[in-house]
Design a protein around this ligand. Structure first.
Ligand code: BGC
Length: 347
């Protein structure tokens, strides 16, 4: 296990530091104190060759704006909040509408744009990077001083364990996710349309023309949204359903089967790489990179649509008439605690 720290620039008068962990068993991960953002994950393919498996900007300065939220910790709430407002205990809270008519991914200056405190813990079997941040009462319009800790554990057996903890002094909303775009082909050799995806999700949530959730829950069977059995991402992505057209591809929350832990499996047959995600969250937003920001990727690669797939494990976003709001409510002094495990390998 190796840990390296390096300064990559400044945000105002704060230093941006990159923490790079190599487990010396086939997994390399780099994370910034800026946004607790994963900038690189490299794993080996069937032939033992390392390659990038998440979209990473060539120019690390792009993480300051990070328009596509590459690898970022997104919060206080991931996804869109209908019309950028919500009520809690009879108070109305108004958020910044940074996604057209909606608020999205924590608002104009979300957690992805903050410098977090970092504590690195090294043992023989794992390295844990703990990131903490205090989001003040009414930051981006959300009530309560919220103390957050996210940690990434890189283990000897090629797992990345992502833990989210939080506590607030007032009732608030909390729905943090990580926003990596995965591409298991290695150094973006191919897009993700030939990757297979499998998820124990029997329902998905309808969206509208603004990408917001309407409140309607749709069973996946006999739809283009059925990934109960493993299926190529590209198989139905150009389908003619209204929901596929509204999203310009997949950009929908999927609900895990009730009373089952969330399981998502992504596999690229050519390279042999797989990733298994296990989560305590009840939902995963699948986003097939339907829009691009034009910024250059590592190895000088041009970014293209469907280059990566986001698997944002979270609570369902808040839709029309505050549908699904209950999931995201964190009561004052209650402890928020969620764990997601990403396991990497080849087969
Ligand atoms: C959303 C997309 C959005 C992307 C970048 C995803 O999480 O679901 O609608 O375009 O983030 O902001």
């Amino acid at each position: 296990m190796k840990l390296k720290r390096e300064s990559i620039g400044n945000l105002g008068n704060e230093e941006i530091i990159k923490y790079s962990v190599d487990n010396e068993k086939g997994l390399k991960v780099s994370i910034l104190n800026l946004g607790a953002t994963i900038t690189e994950i490299k794993t080996i393919d069937r032939n033992g060759e390392f390659g990038h498996i998440v979209l990473s900007y060539e120019d690390e300065k792009n993480y300051i704006e990070n328009p596509s939220y590459y690898g970022a910790t997104v919060g206080r709430t991931a996804g869109r909040i209908d019309k950028g407002r919500f009520t809690l205990n009879d108070n109305e809270y108004i958020l910044n509408k940074n996604y057209g008519v909606n608020s999205g991914h924590g608002g104009s200056v979300g957690f992805n744009k903050k410098i977090w405190n970092v504590n690195a813990i090294e043992t023989e079997e794992k390295i844990t990077l703990e990131f903490s941040y205090l989001s003040k009462d009414l930051e981006e319009g959300y009530p309560g001083n919220l103390e957050i800790k996210v940690s990434y554990e890189i283990t000897e057996d090629n797992k990345l364990i992502f833990k989210i903890q939080g506590v607030s002094d007032k009732d608030t909303l909390m729905n943090i996710t990580n926003h990596c775009y995965f591409n298991l082909s290695g150094d973006y050799k191919e897009d993700i349309l030939n990757h297979t995806l499998k998820m124990n999700c029997d329902r998905f949530l309808a969206i509208d023309e603004n990408g917001g959730v309407t409140g309607e829950i749709i069973p996946v069977n006999n739809t283009e949204f059925d990934f109960i059995e493993e299926k190529k991402i590209g198989q139905d992505i150009e389908g003619s359903s209204k929901q596929m057209k509204l999203g310009y591809g997949y950009d929908h929350p999927f609900m895990f089967n009730e009373n089952e832990k969330g399981n998502v499996e992504l596999y690229d047959e050519k390279s042999g790489r797989y990733m298994k995600v296990t989560t305590e969250y009840p939902c995963v937003v699948v986003y097939s990179q339907n829009f691009i920001d034009g910024l250059v990727l590592k190895e000088g690669k041009e970014t293209k649509k469907r280059n990566g797939i986001c698997l944002e494990v979270q609570y369902p976003p808040i839709g029309y008439n505050e549908s699904f709001k209950e999931f995201s409510i964190l009561k004052a002094h209650e402890i928020f605690n969620k764990e997601t495990i990403y396991e990497f390998g080849v087969k």
